[in-house]
Design a protein around this ligand. Structure first.
Ligand SMILES: C[S@@+](CC[C@H](N)C(=O)[O-])C[C@H]1O[C@@H](n2cnc3c(N)ncnc32)[C@H](O)[C@@H]1O
Length: 379
């Protein structure tokens, strides 16, 4: 069995662990930065194909204690790089360190690249070129204060890039963050889903793809396809199975609206780009003027955030009205607001049943859950 690590946005390792369990990964261990798991190489293909929440899937090459750059160079030189990829592939070494005692991380990164190249020279007489943009092979290095972990990246482009053209407005969410938020909401296909501030429609595309059982990685390339041991027969079979498991496209109980026409144009273009043009219902509306499209369902939305969009005072007016809207028109629904604005919970004046800390890049955010029971949510 091989060891893998799937990093994800901070706060989402629990739903990522559940995803990995469902696709057959073993010895799953979640930490702050992501989820470690074990399996065969095909299990890592499967994680790339099916995970909506992972940022990438990394294959562990080595894990060892270190005190200086020389030890890292020596350990990397021992690894069988020429068995992993051809010398004609371009490479890039990416470094992440937490409280490492090393003086220069740039110098260490350079030494790791040297070790890989020296290994190739030793074995095949020439060395791979470095490409800072779009390398064929990415080598990820994590340094803790005492240990180094060396990984080969099996994904290439991060997994939140799904291969379709993206049409985005001011502040789109990354797809894996959106998918993680939907997982945390507990929404299940068949239940009504509404994003009344849908922007470019990131939540809507994710929800529709989940409902139709689309594999998120079915339309893109992965770095594992460029490795020497790539099992193309197993991969083709896996892709075929994924395509056969897709449900026929149909109009779904998934609803999106936004105040602005341009945002809806983006949402529509994104749905079309993902083959979901006729699956989701879109309309232009002020959130304060909508009604629940069905008796029960799940609202998941990402309100404009003052700091990013410069609308702080408008938001202070909006929040109490949002609370009233939920109370008056959304009894029987669960609502999830994802925001970095700590004024939202006070402003809506409802008791949140859950607050989950999450990060949108570096911005600390929360997912606030409101379970709307007729008459029972006033603070
Ligand atoms: C942070 S963005 C949402 C981004 C979206 N999650 C995405 O991934 O593209 C907030 C959205 O709320 C919309 N909005 C602002 N005020 C609104 C209102 N009163 N009613 C409906 N939509 C509103 C904005 O047009 C914007 O598209």
């Amino acid at each position: 069995m091989e060891k893998f690590f799937a990093p994800c946005p901070r706060g989402l390792s629990a739903p990522l662990a559940a995803e990995l369990l469902a696709i057959g990964a073993q010895n799953i261990q979640a930490d702050d930065a992501g989820v470690a798991f074990e399996g065969e190489l095909v299990d890592a293909y499967r994680a790339n194909l099916y995970s909506r929440i992972a940022s990438r899937v990394l294959w562990q090459m080595a894990h060892f204690p270190y005190e200086n750059e020389h030890q890292i160079y020596d350990a990397v030189l021992l690894l069988p790089w020429p068995q992993r990829f051809e010398v004609s592939r371009t490479i890039k070494v990416e470094m992440n360190a937490q409280k490492s005692p090393l003086k220069s991380l740039d110098f260490t990164t350079l030494r790791i690249k040297d070790a890989v190249c020296d290994k190739f020279r030793e074995v095949v007489g020439s060395r791979p070129d470095v490409a800072t943009r779009e390398p064929d092979v990415r080598i990820h290095v994590f340094l803790s204060p005492t240990h180094a972990m060396i990984y080969l990246d099996m994904s290439g482009e991060p997994l939140f890039k799904r291969g379709s053209r993206e049409h985005t407005g001011a502040a789109p969410l990354k797809k894996n963050l959106a998918a993680g938020i939907i997982a945390l909401s507990g929404w299940q296909p068949g239940e009504a889903f509404l994003d009344p501030m849908c922007g470019s429609g990131t939540f809507l595309v994710e929800a529709a793809e989940i409902a139709l059982n689309f594999a998120p990685g079915a339309h893109r390339q992965f770095a594992f396809q460029k490795l020497k041991n790539f099992d193309s027969a197993a991969w083709s079979k896996m892709l075929n199975e994924a395509r056969l498991a897709e449900k026929p496209k149909t109009l779904l109980p998934i609803y999106g609206s936004d105040l602005y026409g341009e945002a809806l144009d983006d949402a529509h273009a994104n749905l079309l780009a993902n083959g979901l043009g006729d699956c989701v219902r879109l309309k232009q509306a002020n959130i304060l003027e909508i009604s629940a499209p069905e008796e029960t369902g799940v609202m998941v939305t990402n309100p404009p955030y003052g700091e990013r969009l410069g609308e702080t005072s408008a938001l202070t007016d909006l929040y109490p009205k949002l609370g009233d809207l939920l109370k008056q028109k959304f009894a029987g629904w669960r609502a999830y607001f994802f925001t970095g604005d700590t004024l939202l919970p006070k402003g809506v004046r409802l008791a949140a049943s859950k607050k989950t800390p999450l990060f949108n890049g570096k911005i600390e955010c929360r997912l606030y859950e409101y379970k709307m029971v007729a008459g029972g949510n006033r603070k």
